[in-house]
Design a protein around this ligand. Structure first.
Ligand code: AMP
Ligand code: MG
Length: 623
């Protein structure tokens, strides 16, 4: 169990003029996030000698702390000396940790440029400077947290743990950044340790949602090009430019129902020499002083250069039987070109009407019809294999009463419907009970049929949560992440593997119905869109105002809500869908947005009614 020391460096705190807030925050974070013990906690003034002495004592036997975190004294103040005192006693520097904190902090505020942080090791102790402000301190802790446990194992030579982690993560290097040669990855999978020996903390580092999304997207490249029918609803994105062979309109066409005239004839009476309807094939012509009745969309007769709408005319003479117009009077002065669409005025022949990467919605399909292109090159639509896991699951399609101890599998239906709604193809790989061999067999079936396999359940910390173990041991999968700082959805897992010569992705969603759906929105749909060729695969966010106070969670939360706009308002009003517990699928009923709440902090534990948050659109926007 790693031992941790927390040193607050501040003149004012050590003189009792202000209260230490950052030290206790660090203590909580250390204890919240890992199985570590805070052995020492102290506050010192900004005095180089005293800081050095403390760091030396804490990093030397008999104490020999594994991790020493300092907060404060890293700014530009004349008394700020924490980095200098730290560097004076470091044996090895750890610029990667500093880089991580700096790069991430700069995303938050340019003021981070003024942070002078240092990090490194002395003996078996890892020593890291954090800024003094509670907020920055908390952020920096989170930034380096994914690497801390592993760094301490390496420094302390706890080689078995290092090997176990490498074995379990099997290539998690993308996240952990562990590229050193100290510990060879264990050959083969992590050993199953049973209910007694199972780990009581996840060995996987916690990463942020943005990192998790980036990892999924980096492994879900656009699929190959296929030929599709232009009306195939499963064809999403064009993989070619589409050109018009014909002009539109292909002939000079009338915009109005009225009379084709010679503009220079001006106002006055005209002999009507006949009529042209849309679709007329013979070419008609008129001469000055005459006109022809014409319908919208009909070809303009030769010699005519304007159309006068029927509303601007009077009948001056009809045939004896009253059936024919013989003469009309033009009441307005016609202008040349009036109410005529010239040839190619909508689409010129040879012009590009749709570009590669155009998304095929209603208008685009209409355009394809217009130009007569009925077979199109598109990016292949991914097939998503869906596999539910759990001994307790009953298939709702068996139409049987619930068996004792069972619940109905709702995840499969929700995810199938969600994917269908977004026009992605699903393959139903069934339900796997929590048995490694059954899971392996069902995964094979799922992998065979899908570009991406989506499982639900079996990723928590229970002894029956065997998905990762089976993926690594039976399929040699590379687990890219298995813990995300989000609520709901913390154990979301993403892996890639080679199956029958093809790269497949496995997205392991949590079993709780809300977690599975929220994580499907955040990871699965963007991944499918990218594979299907969308250049903008990520859903839009809008600003929404809370209609009531809502508490914040220690993790960033995706809160289900209904958003709607009052007339004339740019900012939506958001109403929560009620109890947000992740098993309660009703919290998703009618929800059209996920409100993105920041994690709870010292300064803020509630969002107040009227406050604005980002809302991710997940459903229909209604007035
Ligand atoms: P797990 O992630 O497997 O530990 O499951 C977490 C919770 O979600 C448990 O209460 C399960 O019974 C429930 N659950 C798992 N899979 C499903 C499913 N397909 N449909 C409905 N509930 C599920
Ligand atoms: Mg389960």
């Amino acid at each position: 169990m790693p031992k941790v020391g927390i040193l607050t460096v501040s003149d004012s705190v050590s003189q009792g003029q202000s209260v230490d807030r950052s030290g206790p925050i660090l203590k909580d974070l250390v204890q919240d996030n890992a199985d570590w013990t805070v052995m020492e906690q102290k506050c010192l003034p900004d005095e180089n000698d005293q800081i050095q002495a403390c760091l030396l004592a804490w990093s030397s036997p008999p104490l020999g702390l594994d991790l020493i975190l300092t907060t404060g004294g890293t700014g530009f103040g004349p008394r700020d000396v924490t980095p200098e005192a730290t560097e004076a006693i470091l044996e090895k520097k750890a610029p990667g940790l500093v880089h991580r904190m700096m790069s991430q902090s700069l995303e938050v505020t340019p003021m981070a440029m003024l942070s002078r942080l240092s990090a490194g090791s002395r003996g078996q102790s890892l020593i890291i400077n954090f800024p003094g402000s509670p907020k920055a301190c908390r952020q920096c802790f989170r930034f380096v947290l994914p690497a801390l446990g592993h760094a301490m194992d390496l420094l302390s030579g706890r080689i078995d743990q290092v090997r176990q982690l490498h074995g379990q993560m099997h290539g998690l290097a993308t996240v952990s950044g562990c590229g050193h040669a100290c510990a060879k990855p264990a050959n083969g999978p992590p050993e199953s340790t049973g209910v007694v020996g199972r780990p009581r903390k996840s060995p996987y580092p916690m990463i942020e949602v943005s990192q998790a999304q980036a990892l999924v997207m980096a492994n879900c490249a656009v699929l190959e090009v296929v030929e599709s029918d232009f009306m195939d609803p499963m064809a999403h994105v064009l993989a070619e430019d589409i050109r018009a062979v014909d002009a539109l309109p292909p002939f000079r066409a009338s915009i109005k129902d009225g009379y084709a005239v010679v503009a220079s004839d001006g106002k006055g009476k005209r002999k009507v020499i006949g009529g042209i309807t849309a679709g007329a094939q013979e070419e008609a012509s008129i001469s000055p002083g005459r006109c022809m009745r014409i319908n919208t969309g009909a070809p303009i007769p030769k010699g005519a250069d304007a159309v006068v709408q029927v509303e601007d005319t009077l009948l001056s003479q009809a045939s004896a039987d009253g059936e024919e117009e013989l003469e009309i009077e033009i009441l307005t002065m016609p202008q040349i070109g009036q109410d005529i669409r010239p040839i190619g005025s909508d689409i010129q022949s040879g012009s590009t009407v749709l570009n590669k990467y155009a998304v095929l919605s209603a208008a685009e399909r209409g355009l394809l019809a217009t130009v007569g292109v009925t077979r199109v090159q598109t990016f292949r639509n991914p097939v998503v294999s869906l596999l539910s896991t759990g001994n307790e699951l009953q298939d709702p399609s068996d139409r049987q009463p619930l068996k004792p101890g069972f619940i109905r599998d709702s995840n499969k239906s929700t995810l199938t419907a969600l994917l269908r709604e977004h026009r992605f193809e699903c393959f139903d790989a069934g339900i796997a009970i929590d048995d490694p061999e059954v899971l392996e067999a069902k995964l094979k079936l799922a992998l065979e049929h899908g570009d991406i396999v989506v499982t639900t359940g079996s990723v928590s910390m229970g002894d029956r949560d065997i998905l990762r173990q089976v993926l690594v041991s039976k399929f040699g999968a590379q687990i890219h992440f298995a813990r995300v700082n989000m609520k709901p959805g913390k154990p979301t897992t993403f892996a890639t593997l080679e199956y029958l010569g093809k790269t497949k992705r496995v997205l392991g969603l949590p079993g709780n119905p809300v977690s599975a759906t929220v994580t499907a929105q955040l990871y699965l749909l963007p991944a499918c869109r990218q594979m299907a060729g969308y250049l903008n695969p990520v859903p839009a966010t809008v600003r929404a105002q809370l209609s009531q106070d809502l508490p914040l969670d220690p993790r960033p939360e995706y809160h289900r809500a209904v958003i709607r706009w009052d007339r004339g308002q740019a900012v939506a009003m958001a109403s929560t869908t009620g109890n947000q517990i992740s098993s309660r699928l009703l919290s998703l009923h009618a929800a059209n947005a996920l409100l993105m709440f920041p994690m709870r902090s010292e300064e803020r534990n509630t969002l107040k009614a009227g406050e604005e948050v980002d809302a991710l659109i997940i459903g229909q926007l209604i007035a």
